[in-house]
Design a protein around this ligand. Structure first.
Ligand SMILES: NC(=O)C1=CN([C@@H]2O[C@H](COP(=O)(O)OP(=O)(O)OC[C@H]3O[C@@H](n4cnc5c(N)ncnc54)[C@H](OP(=O)(O)O)[C@@H]3O)[C@@H](O)[C@H]2O)[C@H](O)CC1
Ligand SMILES: [K+]
Length: 217
């Protein structure tokens, strides 16, 4: 029997398998994630939109920084909320690129679209004060809110305690933790380029990525 969604632990295993068996590096998958996120953000934006992307020190932040770079390349006004120092190699390289492309550091006075690439599947609760402060600002703003992969601050059973996302763009496969989000939260799934054989190995139905790289759930 094929499963329909994965626990975070099972998803991490699937990810690891794709990296190990197919030499599909995190950097390559991050590029796909960031492009799909940029496309989702661009659908909500217009020329004058102010976009803020919240970034943590990990690969969730790295994906947000790829989106920042792509959006800046398309001419959007992109701002980066760097809550913690970005010290890990891959997110640091993505930050340098995003800044070169014209993304700016800091939270602007008003934001139209606020993106949570603060933390993804490696987040530990409780969150540190710096994250709590940024999430409170985002939730109190009138911005449209989009989370990359998993909303930061979500409880283990899917309660939306932290970032109050209007949309979530999750990666590669449906995750059990997202099933209990309120009905009004729109969830999309994005193609990372993981091959069908990996889905089959983990007994999960591959989403129809050959037709659409971004699928509404
Ligand atoms: N193939 C893929 O699945 C891809 C996934 N991507 C995205 O990557 C994230 C997961 O990335 P990861 O680097 O494992 O972790 P996070 O970004 O979720 O977290 C980063 C680090 O933040 C620290 N952390 C965790 N909790 C807290 C907290 N409460 N307060 C402060 N800091 C915290 C922790 O680092 P430590 O050094 O402190 O242990 C985390 O490691 C996934 O969700 C996807 O969005 C890629 O973008 C593409 C490929
Ligand atoms: K997130």
């Amino acid at each position: 029997m094929q499963v329909t969604s994965l626990s975070l632990e099972a998803f991490k295993e699937m990810d690891y398998w794709a990296v190990e068996k197919y030499n599909l590096s995190i950097e390559l998958m991050m590029e796909n994630a960031g492009l799909q996120l940029a496309r989702l953000i661009a659908k909500k934006a217009n020329e004058s939109s102010v976009i803020t992307i919240g970034v943590g020190n990990g690969n969730n932040g790295g994906g947000g920084l790829v989106a920042a770079r792509r959006l800046a390349a398309w001419g959007f006004n992109v701002n980066l909320d760097l809550v913690v120092p970005i010290t890990k190699d891959l997110p640091k390289a993505q930050l340098e690129r995003a800044l070169l492309f014209g993304a700016k550091e800091g939270i602007p006075e008003t934001t139209d679209i606020w993106v949570d690439a603060y933390l993804g599947f490696s987040q530990r609760l409780p969150l540190s004060d710096a994250f709590v402060k940024s999430i409170a600002l985002a939730n109190a703003s009138s911005a449209f809110r989009i989370s990359l992969d998993i909303p930061v601050g979500i409880s283990k059973d899917g309660e939306l305690l932290g970032f109050k996302a209007n949309q979530v763009m999750t990666l590669a496969a449906p995750k059990t933790i997202l099933e209990k989000l309120p009905n009004e939260v729109e969830v999309f799934m994005a193609d990372l380029g993981i091959p069908k054989s990996v889905y089959e190995h983990f007994n999960i139905k591959m989403p129809n990525f050959k037709e659409h790289q971004l699928i509404a759930l």
